[in-house]
Design a protein around this ligand. Structure first.
Ligand code: MG
Length: 157
C-alpha cells in the first residue's frame, strides 16, 4: 500500500463559477485558475500522484499548455487516475478536507463524494469530503481564497 498527500489553494475571483469536485456551488465568486480551478479535484489528483510517485498535477497538466485552459478538472482526475492504474495501483480510499470560510458546503458534500467516487469507481463512502473554516485567520479567514488537503491510500491492483 502507498499513501499520498495533496494540497491545493486558489484565490476567489468574481465572474467565474465556484466548482468543487465537479459541482457548481452557488456563490457570488469562483476560483481563479488556468483550468476550472477545482481545488478539490486538484488536491485529490496530487494525493494519488504522490502516492504512486509519478509527479504532480503541474508536471502532468502544466498551466503553460493551452490544452488545459478552462479544463474540466474531473476529466483531469480521470486522466491522472488512468496513470495511477497503469503504474499498478488502485485507489482504496481518500480523505479530503476543504478549508474555507464561505460558502458553507455541508449540503454539497454527498454530491462531491459521489462525483469523485464515480470517477475512480469506488463506493461513495470511500471518498470522504469534509469542510472546516480557518477560524477567521489568514487568507482563508479574510475570504481571499480556499485551501484543500487530501490523503489517498493506494493498494496494488
Ligand atoms: Mg489547483
Amino acid at each position: 500500500m502507498r499513501i499520498g498527500f495533496g494540497y491545493d489553494s486558489h484565490r476567489f475571483t468574481v465572474g467565474r463559477p465556484l466548482i468543487l469536485a465537479g459541482q457548481i456551488i452557488p456563490f457570488g465568486q469562483g476560483l481563479a485558475g488556468h483550468s476550472d480551478a477545482d481545488a478539490v479535484a486538484h488536491a485529490l489528483i496530487d494525493a494519488m500522484l504522490g502516492a504512486a510517485a509519478i509527479g504532480n498535477i503541474g508536471t502532468l497538466f502544466p498551466d503553460s499548455d493551452q490544452r488545459w485552459k478552462a479544463a474540466n478538472s474531473m476529466e483531469l482526475l480521470r486522466s491522472a487516475y488512468e496513470l495511477v492504474l497503469a503504474k499498478g495501483w488502485k485507489l482504496a480510499q481518500a480523505d479530503i478536507t476543504i478549508i474555507v470560510e464561505q460558502p458553507r458546503l455541508s449540503s454539497h458534500l454527498p454530491a462531491m463524494s459521489h462525483a469523485l467516487a464515480q470517477v475512480v469507481g469506488l463506493p461513495d463512502d470511500a471518498i470522504s469530503v469534509k469542510p472546516k473554516t480557518n477560524e477567521g485567520m489568514g487568507f482563508i479567514g479574510r475570504g481571499e481564497g480556499i485551501a484543500v488537503m487530501a490523503v489517498a491510500l493506494l493498494e496494488a491492483r
